[in-house]
Design a protein around this ligand. Structure first.
Ligand SMILES: [Zn+2]
Length: 312
């Protein structure tokens, strides 16, 4: 008998789902677009249809024993409710856990997507040998997942580790949350594009080099890879902000390491020198040379691999 689990990563425009084994290996996978404006009921019906496609033909003794569902946003983990999500406008107070559970007839766990990413990296990725670490995702926003004593830290009510809204500069740019100078305003893919626009404007280059209407953070990464100094400066600034925020976190919690994931972590090597420099300058409670700050090992597969941990 082979134990299997289902994982779903619910984004604003795409859903990734998969069937994983007890070792977190992905046996089957699917990815499809969703139009979240159709609302939770219709979207859930779509996802369930795809999940049924994934498990179709499986021998009875390999049927999945649970579904781990990840979504970006504020989540009340204990009750399985999505309170609100920046990528899913209008999805407020949706009891996602129970809605999926009723349709699939299996246990469902709802978690913040970055929390699942952290669990996946811990189970079979970059954080495999750690007991205390933080995972940071650099995407449209900046998310976080915290593992302490080999357990996901969920606080008292909501999903926590919102490191994206840690202040790194009280006089910095305005964040989507309404405050100034959150980490997210320097280290998200969105922020990197904004900083590129500002810097290319100052350097007098034409918008053809970097046009934020046509280009995104991956184009910026290609420019840096080709040696473009302005693109490198953007990643330097993002690395500085990450190093500052991580020093605060490590001074508070004395972690063993950090994993950087999300789409913009492709530029990890360009952020790393400034990140380490700022981190080493500010960290006091641990020897910076003993700390590992690693790039994600599983990328997009990490939230799916997490289902093997949640239902163990
Ligand atoms: Zn913020």
């Amino acid at each position: 008998m082979k134990k299997t689990y289902l994982g779903v990563d619910l984004g604003g425009t795409y859903v990734k789902c998969g069937l994983v084994d007890a070792r977190g290996r992905i046996l089957r996978r699917d990815r499809f677009p969703v139009d979240s404006r159709r609302g939770p009921e219709a979207t859930i019906a779509d996802i369930v249809a795809h999940l049924e496609g994934i498990i179709e033909g499986l021998p009875l003794d390999e049927k999945p024993s649970g579904l781990a569902l990840g979504a970006a946003g504020l989540i009340e983990v204990h009750r399985g409710i999505l309170i609100k999500a920046p990528n899913l406008p209008g999805w407020n107070n949706v009891p996602l856990r129970d809605l999926f559970s009723a349709r699939l007839d299996m246990p469902v766990r709802l978690e913040n997507d970055a929390n699942l990413h952290a669990l996946g990296e811990w189970h079979s990725g970059a954080a495999k040998d750690w007991r205390h670490f933080i995972l940071i995702t650099l995407g449209t926003g900046v998310g976080g997942g915290l593992v302490l004593n080999s357990r996901l830290w969920n606080g008292t009510h909501m999903s926590v580790a919102e490191i994206g809204h840690m202040t790194v500069d009280p006089h910095g740019p305005v964040c989507a949350c309404g405050n100034n100078g959150c980490l997210e305003t320097y280290a998200s893919a969105t922020a990197m594009c904004r900083m590129a626009r500002e810097r290319y404007g100052h350097s007098g280059k034409t918008p053809d080099v970097f046009d934020s209407n046509r280009h995104d953070a991956s184009d910026l990464f290609k420019l840096a890879d080709q040696g473009d100094e302005t693109a490198k400066q953007v990643f330097h600034q993002a690395g500085w902000a990450l190093g500052l925020a991580l020093a605060n976190v490590f001074n508070l919690l004395g972690l063993e390491g950090a994993v950087i994931g999300g789409g913009a972590s492709a530029a990890f090597e360009f952020m790393h020198p400034a990140l380490i420099a700022e981190f080493s300058k500010r960290v006091m409670t641990v020897d910076p040379r003993s700390v590992h700050i690693r790039k994600t090992a599983l990328d997009n597969d990490a939230p799916l691999a997490a289902s093997a941990v949640l239902f163990k």
